[in-house]
Design a protein around this ligand. Structure first.
Ligand code: MD3
Ligand code: FE
Length: 203
């Protein structure tokens, strides 16, 4: 089913359900080469979400700031390539939401353990905000916070479950958003964690 959350924001419930086992297998392959790690914010805080990347560009944070880079700072090597199952899912989901021709060059993989959260922020590190962002939820459910154009705007709470895909483009692209602390639970495919894939055209 296709649900408009706001102008430019489309929720595709269960869009990644059939493909989820293959997506999770690909995540394991990526993490074998570029392990999940807790990045440091420019302010010196350790992020509770563990992250890795695949594709030509990867999102990183450290004491010098937020940016995209071609190399994994842990190894100095390029990020693992975008698996075909990732690229196909991102393109078909974007097309179903009305954004034909989406070709991501970056997939940020976020891993949430119980208690991990993402505070309200905007995604502004990409070169051209005219491209949509596709996000895929796998494993444990989470409550997503969908705010407005200003940090102080009241945020809607949107439950996201295994297999859900959201496409954020157009006027929704710079809205504030975040994720509430993950509740303790077990999922048959991921155990005690939630995995979120976020596809972007960053460069
Ligand atoms: C709404 N990740 O990595 S994806 C992030 O579930 C991030 O791990 C969250 O926010 C997660 O930056 C949420 C959903 C998302 C991504 C980009 C957006 C929502 C957005 C851009 C504009 C508005
Ligand atoms: Fe974000």
């Amino acid at each position: 089913t296709r649900e408009a959350l706001a102008p430019g924001a489309v929720l595709l419930r269960g869009f990644a359900l059939d493909g989820a086992p293959a997506l999770l297998q690909a995540v394991d392959g990526i993490a074998a080469h570029a392990p999940f790690r807790h990045l440091e914010t420019p302010g010196g805080q350790r992020m509770s979400v563990a992250m890795t990347n695949s594709g030509p560009l990867g999102w990183i944070s450290d004491r010098s700031g937020y940016r995209y880079g071609r190399a994994d700072p842990l190894s100095g090597r390029p990020w693992p390539p975008l698996p075909a199952v990732f690229a196909t899912l991102a393109r078909t989901a974007a097309e179903a939401a009305g954004f034909a021709g989406f070709a991501p060059d970056a997939c940020l993989i976020n891993r949430y353990a119980p208690g991990a959260r993402l505070s309200l922020h905007q995604d502004k590190d990409e070169r051209d905000h005219g491209h949509p962002i596709v996000s895929v939820s796998l494993g444990l459910p989470a409550v997503f916070l969908f705010g407005g154009d200003a940090r102080a705007d009241k945020a809607q709470r949107i439950p996201l479950v295994h297999g859900d895909v959201v496409v954020w483009g157009g006027p929704a692209r710079l809205r504030y958003h975040g994720v509430m602390p993950l509740a303790e639970a077990e999922h048959p495919l991921t155990g005690a964690c939630r995995i979120n894939l976020t596809f972007r055209k960053a460069g």
